[in-house]
Design a protein around this ligand. Structure first.
Ligand code: BES
Ligand code: MN
Ligand code: ZN
Length: 499
């Protein structure tokens, strides 16, 4: 999709479909729609009346402009109640409008969604994100593809004083959304295609395109460095593991050094503690954290932030076999802690343990964030719509929540309740990888991870419920959601002092 800024007013905007928005419960049209209605000789208000258009989110109506506008058709979409107005209302209306325009056969849309109180830059960014995310499809394996494609979207901003801000919004929105779609693609690819080696190859491509530094450690090197926890998970699989380390360095001095760590289990069968058929059905998505981190590195070169950012992915499958790790095995992580394998299906925390310890030792970042489809327990706690955030000190977790809020991703904090650490005790090793106590699985996993952070400020995003949509969402179809990409990018922008 080609995105642009349209500086002409609505009546003269060049497109084959105008997409305009209207709040619910609004008695009169806002100034932009009033002008449009005048150009249409009152046709807009008559259509809205006949259609009983209330402006609810998800509602839309379209009509022929009868030669009175440059665009032959107009689509009105609901922005929802004015009191809920915000960037997310715009994003969702843009997604709905772009999808509807496409399905009605439009190939170029011009969009103006005048939501109450949303500044020009954020509004333009939200329209760009919504249009791209809302029309995302993963159809590469289908013989019969839906031929309808919305090839171009113009964000309308006729106000001269706002055009600089709107142009920046369109640019950022495009970067945010393209990165999110790249993450979706990686998650949607099946596990016979996305292997640890193919993740590493993808990382090499991203590094080449963005002139980033990259190092991929093979199994032997990981073992030599002391990553016994990661290598232990990998030992049951025919696919060789890869430890990926990407580095983005700014031209000038870096304000901060950050490590982003993504869980990269390309397929989680559970290992010898094998999952049920239902339980492993979706487990190609167990590399969604890695996909998010790779997507961020795809976007970073275009943002030129004064930050040094490291991306780490301990990529492997978790498979049962004659060489697989056994329940009761004891491994040693890079930071020296020994771990008893209480359950081979709690593999994510083992791979992350070594990635966190590697970051602490080799990178010494100011902060680190990990993103992982880590626990079924977070799905029990927060469902399929909200990601869990844990971390310490409080400031880091709070900043993640702030960034998520600004990005329009739903996240909620869970406490690293000290007393639950008791459950991770082992009789024969420093730690067990599962708890002997009942409940709070997402918190217990967070407490386990914290043991490998060397007290570096850290936050953990558990996206087990949110990485994959089982039904269509306002911003995308079923399948990989690309969750956390926009939150991470917003987080980094804020650390860099932008906005
Ligand atoms: N990848 C899973 C977590 C998961 C579960 C993601 C459901 C998405 C949906 C993880 O590796 C796992 O298997 N966790 C176990 C841990 C348990 C054995 C302590 C779980 O949550 O059941
Ligand atoms: Mn597992
Ligand atoms: Zn897993």
């Amino acid at each position: 999709m080609k995105l642009s800024l349209e500086t002409r007013d609505l009546a003269r905007a060049r497109a084959d479909m105008l997409v305009v928005g209207r709040h619910a419960g609004q008695a009169r049209l806002g100034p932009e729609l009033q002008a449009l209605d005048a150009a249409l000789g009152g046709l807009l208000s008559r259509v809205l009346a006949v259609e009983k258009f209330e402006g609810k989110a998800g509602q839309s109506a379209h009509f022929y402009s009868d030669g009175r506008l440059t665009a032959p058709r107009v689509l009105v979409v609901g922005l929802g109640p004015k009191r809920d107005a915000g960037a997310e209302a715009v994003r969702r209306a843009a997604a709905h409008g772009a999808r509807r325009a496409r399905d009605l056969g439009a190939s170029a849309a011009a969009v103006l969604l005048p939501a109450a109180g949303v500044p020009a830059r954020l509004r333009a960014q939200a329209v760009a994100e919504g249009a791209i995310l809302g029309t995302y499809r993963f159809d590469k394996y289908l013989k019969e593809k839906n031929g309808k494609v919305l090839g171009a979207v113009a964000v309308v901003e006729p106000d001269r004083r706002q055009q600089g801000a709107a142009r920046e919004g369109v640019r950022l929105g495009e970067i945010w959304a393209q990165a999110t779609c790249a993450a979706r693609d990686l998650v949607n690819e099946p596990a016979n295609v996305v292997t640890p080696a193919s993740l590493a190859a993808r990382a090499e491509e991203i590094a080449k395109a963005g002139r980033l530094k990259i190092r991929v450690l093979e199994r032997d090197e990981c073992a030599t460095l002391g990553m016994g926890a990661f290598v232990g998970v990998a030992q049951g699989s025919q696919e060789p593991p890869k430890f990926i380390h990407l580095t983005y360095a700014p031209r000038g001095r870096a304000r901060k050094r950050i490590a982003l760590i993504g869980k990269g289990i390309t397929f989680d069968s559970g290992g010898l503690d094998l999952k049920t058929a239902d339980g492993m059905l979706r487990m190609k998505d167990d590399m969604s954290g890695a996909a998010a981190v790779l997507a961020v590195f795809q976007a970073l070169p275009r943002l030129r932030l004064p930050l040094e950012v490291h991306g780490l992915i301990a990529a492997t499958e978790n498979m049962p076999s004659g060489t697989a790790q056994r329940p009761g095995d004891i491994v040693r992580a890079l930071n020296g802690l020994s771990i008893e394998i209480g359950n081979t299906d709690a593999e994510g925390r083992l791979t992350l343990a070594d990635a966190l310890a590697y970051a602490a030792k080799e990178i010494e970042p100011d902060e680190m964030l990990d993103v992982a489809t880590l626990t079924g327990a977070v799905v029990m706690a927060l469902g399929l719509g909200v990601s869990g955030v844990l971390g310490s000190p409080d400031a880091v977790a709070r900043r993640v929540l702030g960034a998520a809020d600004a990005a329009g991703e739903r996240m909620w904090r869970l406490p690293l309740h000290e007393e639950y650490k008791e459950g991770l005790k082992s009789d024969v090793a420093d730690l067990n990888n599962i708890s002997s106590q009942r409940g709070a699985g997402a918190i217990v996993a967070g407490l386990f991870l914290r043991e490998f952070t060397a007290n570096i400020p850290w936050a953990h995003l558990d996206i087990a419920g949110t990485a994959f949509a089982e039904k269509e969402l306002p911003l995308g179809p079923k399948g990989g959601t690309g969750v956390a990409v926009r939150t991470l990018l917003t987080y980094l922008m804020r650390l860099a002092g932008r906005r």
